[in-house]
Design a protein around this ligand. Sequence first.
Ligand code: UD1
Length: 327
Amino acid sequence: MKVLVTGGAGYVGSHALMELSRAGHEAFVFDNLSQGHAQAVGSCPLVRGDLSDEGQVESALEQSGAEAVMHFAASAYVGESVEDPEKYYFNNVVNTLRLLRVMRRRGVDRFIFSGSCTVYGVPERVPIGEDWPVQAINPYGRTKMAVEGVLADYARAYGLKYASLRYFNAAGAAPDGSIGEDHDPETHLIPLVIHAALGKRDSIAIFGTDYPTPDGTCVRDYVHVLDLASAHVMAMEALDERAPMVYNLSTGRGHSVRDVIERVKQVSGRDFRVLEVPRRPGDPPELVGSANKIRRELGWEPRCPSLRAIVETAWNWHKEHPDGFGG
Ligand code: UD1
């Protein structure tokens, strides 16, 4: 299939390009490069453009001959979404509406959406299933909820075939060392701990040690980014038969902040300073997802479910690219 990949120069999007090519699909990237990296798209054609400009989107769809769209382009900093919700509603909701409008105009009706476990807010227990109440606690999560509502309505009214994939914590890097995680600013735990191991920062701070979890630190479900990517391809291939689909992408296993730090120390063989600081506002104590639904319905299985293997791929990439794609 020919696929337009918005945000294809970003972290998850660029790994999706690898999986699309592995599965024999043809990808075209549409990215404004505000967060993404041109080097991350490899040999895929890249159109530099912005979703706020329907003309640019339309010509990218036309040029690519796309039969499906994978939509990764979005703003994804929870803290920033609290400070500047307007940016998030425009970028994540309004621009998605524009993209869907252009798709309708051009008769493209297959859509894969980057959802998020953030829609579950603070769950009462784990592991979380897709039928649990969605009750995001920050604007970023509410933009993801809003788009899911739009997709359901468009499916009913216009026959849109979509999948919303609710990622838990995306982590790791391509095992061949070609691409990895490079955000600016970086806020995610695994790359920050690796930066401490590499001496790029003095220390790593644990945000809160008084959570109701076994070691007092937050527990998350880390999923390898290529496993996320392969789920996108499988969902896209199943759209004609199974849409609409809403799936968690998770491993069902939780790891605490302390677990992650220990794992990075083991894998890197390096020691570094660990500070304990107060909680970061808005962090739920524990987020672990059940991915039984996508396992059962599409046969998806994470190929790299262990934290050790995830950290190894991330460490290998960062060690070789200490300055990310800029290096
Ligand atoms: C959050 C969102 C997720 C979103 C992602 C995008 C929630 C619940 N999750 O993931 O949906 O896709 O951001 O950016 O809103 N930590 C430290 N020290 C650090 C950094 C992080 O202790 O220096 C802790 C955090 O408190 C958290 C865990 O590590 O408990 C993971 O943090 P992070 O990697 O930022 O991801 P989430 O906040 O879980």
